[in-house]
Design a protein around this ligand. Structure first.
Ligand code: HEM
Length: 229
């Protein structure tokens, strides 16, 4: 079996793991920042001040955004290419492919990584168009930006999440995201060669728990905004 594993396929797995773990970290930071949606008086002040603070880094913020985009693109293209190569070599060797069963971690979640990944990618394009490139409203708070106008992203969020179809779209996407994160986090350690009987058992459970906590954390936002409006 090992002779089939080439250096380049190991390298691709390491690249998928490192970019995946970095995107995982981005999600934790993004979720932490979004908690300001729940604080602030008047509502939205903390969130708009936080978004303005990030944008005030100017060119550095743009560089960080481009870096994030590059990580997403590298992660997606490497994953799709690796999957395509696996599919090709499997078809060459077996007439029928089955689930591994037993204690194997090759569950439905792992075999559906590509499907959940594609849904998350479609969600991301929608999400970024909706908020990063969405309607540009402005507002003024005496204590923020020296009383000068700042972007009112809170108003945009409130408008978008008042639509039940948007909330349903987010709910489906975030539930699939939890599966993608759960399996992705665990398998990143495998790809980086960090495993062992107990370690693998523990990281497997923690991964799905973390994936669920992050997804539910995000999911609370559209549901909360929908119900307070
Ligand atoms: C459901 C709760 C979420 C809310 C309320 C939210 C809110 C936002 C907002 C307001 C922006 C625009 C920021 C700006 O222009 O400064 C943004 C950007 C972004 N969000 Fe989210 N987000 C949520 C969930 C997610 C999830 C689950 C992901 C990833 C799977 C994600 C990935 C991104 C990315 C990649 C950007 C672009 C970052 C940038 O260019 O600054 N977001 N989000």
């Amino acid at each position: 079996m090992s002779k089939f594993i080439t250096f380049s396929s190991i390298l691709k797995k390491v690249v998928i793991a490192i970019t995946g773990l970095s995107l995982f970290l981005f999600l934790i930071v993004h979720l932490a920042g979004n908690i300001t949606i729940f604080t602030g008086n008047p509502p939205g002040q903390d969130f708009n001040a936080y978004a303005h603070f990030l944008e005030s880094f100017g060119i550095l913020f743009t560089v960080a955004e481009l870096g994030l985009l590059a990580f997403f693109l590298i992660h997606i293209t490497s994953a799709l290419y690796t999957n395509y190569q696996n599919y090709k070599s499997r078809n060459n060797r077996y007439a029928v492919s089955n689930f591994a069963g037993g204690n194997s971690k090759k569950t439905y979640a792992s075999t559906s990584m590509v499907i959940t990944g594609i849904v998350v990618m479609a969600f991301l394009i929608w999400h970024v168009l909706q908020f990063r490139f969405g309607a540009y409203y402005e507002t003024i708070y005496p204590g923020v930006n020296g009383g000068e106008p700042v972007r009112d992203l809170y108003r945009l969020i409130t408008e978008e999440f008042s639509n039940i179809w948007v909330v349903i779209g987010y709910t489906v996407s975030l539930l699939l995201l939890s599966l993608h994160l759960g399996h992705g986090f665990w398998s990143s350690f495998q790809s980086l060669g960090i495993y062992g009987k107990n370690f693998t058992r523990i990281t497997y459970s923690i991964s799905y728990l973390l994936g669920t906590i992050i997804s539910v954390g995000f999911l609370i936002i559209p549901i909360y905004i929908f119900f307070i409006n």
